[in-house]
Design a protein around this ligand. Structure first.
Ligand code: CTP
Length: 409
């Protein structure tokens, strides 16, 4: 996991969004990172160093010229031991100083001294954010390799509406994971489908299924983290779209078929994790069906099989499907792999412990077109996503060599 045991220096500069940086530190620590907070003098007017020290379980650095801090922490040591540096919130002031190479306090000194990748999470008034100087400074930092996350839009603490809110702590963590992850999917355009479809019976009722969308979202998030350009076609789900992913919202199986077909034209990898309804009501009612109508049966017609259609004009595109089963997982997965002419299928028994709909873990079998099979242990859905994408990387690099799944006869 990219954050486990890694040292992340979190630079906190002075803005009201400082309080959200506390949550950022908590999330990073929870994900296994060692966090060193560095606070500017202005930041300490909003939140005390004790808060960050308590959350990080590490001393907080505030002053270049404090003899105790310099001997115990040392600004060069801080800069050297950082695997990644994130500034959250990054004010217009700290962005300007960094762009100009000014190092007049501990944070800006560490920023000049470090070789670690930099994540900037700006937060400021909308007019400040839109000011040409700020935009130019941000562009300079991006050109030098900094990653910028946010700012988000919404109501700002200064009373304005607009762009300037600190990105969510979850999105900042994701950007830090991104800069710590080898970009082995750079150049791939990955299309992922996720969630359930809804097939209307009438304006208030529909047919659907229990898919939460979590597995597909994990694939989209991890693919983007590993450098892919990701499009996510989403049916019904309660999840927030992952940052940095192009998301297309759909409702019915037909809409999903159209959206996937359109995006597949430029995709190099397609991962169909969505639970598409196989059938839809043939004559959805324009008005609510009344109890008094006593409908005896619901007439159904088939939805398009999206994966099967994609296989007809496949080219070099890698096609990956899922088979969520309640019995004969491997047999069924092999059948679907062959019938839909897939490169890889991910089979799972949704009744197995840790593999239920809506959970954060999964227990899957990976089976590829060469007949290689791998039974994975109980893993988080992100870990499963990583294993699927490892297979893609191995498949790509194996122009002459087979991917390395164990053959099971
Ligand atoms: N799939 C699809 N279009 C459909 C139905 C399924 O593209 N109309 C995809 C799913 O996203 C999944 C794979 O096909 O990746 C297998 O889906 P599944 O529902 O398990 O299989 P079915 O083909 O519906 O077969 P069965 O009903 O016999 O289980």
């Amino acid at each position: 996991m990219p954050l486990d045991g890694r040292t992340v220096v979190v630079g906190v500069s002075g803005g009201i969004a400082c309080y959200k940086a506390c949550e950022l530190v908590r999330l990073l620590v929870g994900a296994g990172a060692r966090v060193r907070a560095v606070m500017t003098a202005a930041a300490q007017r909003f939140v005390t160093p004790l808060t960050f020290q308590t959350l990080a379980g590490q001393p907080v650095a505030t002053d270049t010229f404090d003899l105790t801090q310099e001997s115990e922490i040392g600004h060069i040591r801080l800069a050297d031991e950082a695997d990644a540096v994130a500034i959250a919130p990054a004010t217009a002031n700290v962005i300007a100083k960094l762009a100009a190479g000014i190092a007049d306090d501990l944070l800006t000194t560490v920023l000049l001294a470090t070789r670690a990748p930099l994540v900037l999470a700006p937060a400021m008034n909308v007019h400040m954010w839109e000011h040409p100087t700020v935009q130019e400074n941000v562009a300079r930092l991006v050109a030098r390799g900094a990653r910028v996350v946010g700012p988000a839009s919404g109501s700002l603490a200064c009373g304005y509406e607009g762009t300037g809110r600190l990105a969510s702590p979850e999105d900042v963590v994701e950007e830090i994971r991104h800069v710590l992850t080898p970009q082995d999917l750079a150049g791939e355009r990955v299309l992922v489908s996720a969630g359930a479809t809804q097939e209307p019976i009438d304006p208030v009722r529909y047919l659907s299924n229990r898919s939460s969308g979590k597995m597909g979202f994990a694939v989209a998030r991890v693919a983007r983290r590993r450098g892919a350009d990701v499009t996510l076609v989403v049916g019904t789900t309660a999840l927030t779209p992952p940052a940095g992913v192009h998301t297309v919202q759909v409702t019915t199986g037909e809409e999903m078929a159209r959206a996937v077909q359109a995006a597949a034209a430029s995709a190099t990898v397609v991962v169909m994790a969505a639970a598409v309804a196989d059938y839809r009501p043939r004559h959805p009612s324009e008005h609510k069906v009344k109890k008094s109508a006593r409908p005896a049966a619901l007439e159904l017609e088939p939805n398009p099989d999206i994966l099967r259609r994609l296989a007809t004009r496949k080219g070099r595109r890698v096609l990956i499907g899922f088979a969520a089963e309640t019995e004969h997982v491997v047999r069924e997965a092999r059948r679907k792999l062959a019938e839909k002419r897939l490169d890889l299928i991910v089979g799972n028994d949704v009744t197995a412990p840790g593999a239920a709909f809506g959970g954060d873990t999964n227990v899957v079998h990976l089976i590829d077109a060469a007949g290689e099979e791998q039974a994975l242990p109980l893993l988080s859905k992100e870990e499963v996503a990583d294993r699927i994408l490892d297979w893609v990387v191995a498949h790509r690099s194996a122009a002459t060599r087979r991917p390395t799944l164990r053959r099971v006869r």
